[in-house]
Design a protein around this ligand. Sequence first.
Ligand SMILES: Nc1nc2c(c(=O)[nH]1)N[C@H]1C(S)=C(S)[C@@H](COP(=O)(O)O)O[C@H]1N2
Ligand SMILES: [Mo]
Length: 382
Amino acid sequence: MHPPSEASFTSRLRSAAVAARVGSWLGICFTIALITGLISHYAQNVVQPVPFPTSPSWGYRLTQGVHVVTGYASIPLLLVKLWTVYPKLLKRPPRGRRAFVVDGLERASIGVLVAGAIFLLASGVANAAQWYPWDFSFRTTHFALAWITIGALVVHIAVKLPIIRHALTHDIDDTTHDRPAATEPGPVSRRGLLGVAALAAAAVVVATVGNTVPAFRRISVFAVRDGEGPQGVPVNKSAAAAGVTGEMVGDAYRLEVVHGGRTVTLTRADLAGMSQRTERLPIACVEGWSATADWTGVRVRDLLDLVDAPQGRDVEVLSLQPSGPFRRTVLQGNFADDERTLVALALHGEPLSRDHGEPARLIAPNRPGVLQTKWLSRLEVA
Ligand SMILES: Nc1nc2c(c(=O)[nH]1)N[C@H]1C(S)=C(S)[C@@H](COP(=O)(O)O)O[C@H]1N2
Ligand SMILES: [Mo]
């Protein structure tokens, strides 16, 4: 038996005509994912030279929902794309030093592109499923790999531009750029294969979009969050998982508000005795699920006024949670001063359940869910 060579792959479906079309859909998905990903990355930056806006309150919910869904939709498209082109991997390198080097460089750039794309999609899916089989920081790595992958994608498009342009301006059954061996008709037409790819991508969208769009919740079989959880809102990390005990949130509970030399210490009753506001705001997890809820509690600005903290200053937010990356967050000045930003004590009119951050959690408009700190213990203005 001979190992397969490029000539073993004879289907006419594996063609530049199909690859260019599926490739352009993928290119659109990756561009959307890049833009929405950069928005999410920036929203999570502690230092924001241009303040991330607090309005519209659902902005991050939309961009992050789109980010995750485009990532999911890219998976079947990438599989079809790889299927159409992989015989080229087995092609013999050309003779002649210059041609050999150019061919090697092109293969290397495609290697980076394929590895980067697979890594981005796989790590994104694992993250959304809350499965972290790695030690590195997801956000830093996903961000760095995004740039490398997009760089390789730009090189790939530039190298292939003449073929892409020809393919997209000619009939799908055009054979100009077919490999010599690709002469047999496939089980479906090229147009049929494109239809299958588009349908698969659409099916993935329908199966996952219920994470963010409640109307789809019942048919989104792959939605990692089905909208169920205490008080009708999903829970990201439970109190037990965060190491927050009943003792910590009971009578001994205190919220400290600190500025300069001043500290005001508030009990649960003190907080409940302050002027209460209700705001309808979404929780929008970076993992793509989101839910809107009515939150009732004390304006963060009212609390900062207790210690005469000036407007526009960043606030360090601490949780009772003993350890973990999300126990400390920074609330930027424009968020702290927004009148919709609350230390919430109640959700849908009921006191916060333990898993949603009893007795007090942060909720701000247009803020990544990961920064909506639960089980608040301290607000400090430097
Ligand atoms: N202290 C603390 N707060 C936290 C988290 C956490 O792990 N610890 N998880 C965050 C994340 S990732 C999300 S999406 C929201 C979810 O809030 P919920 O569990 O009330 O829906 O809480 C945020 N607040
Ligand atoms: Mo989250």
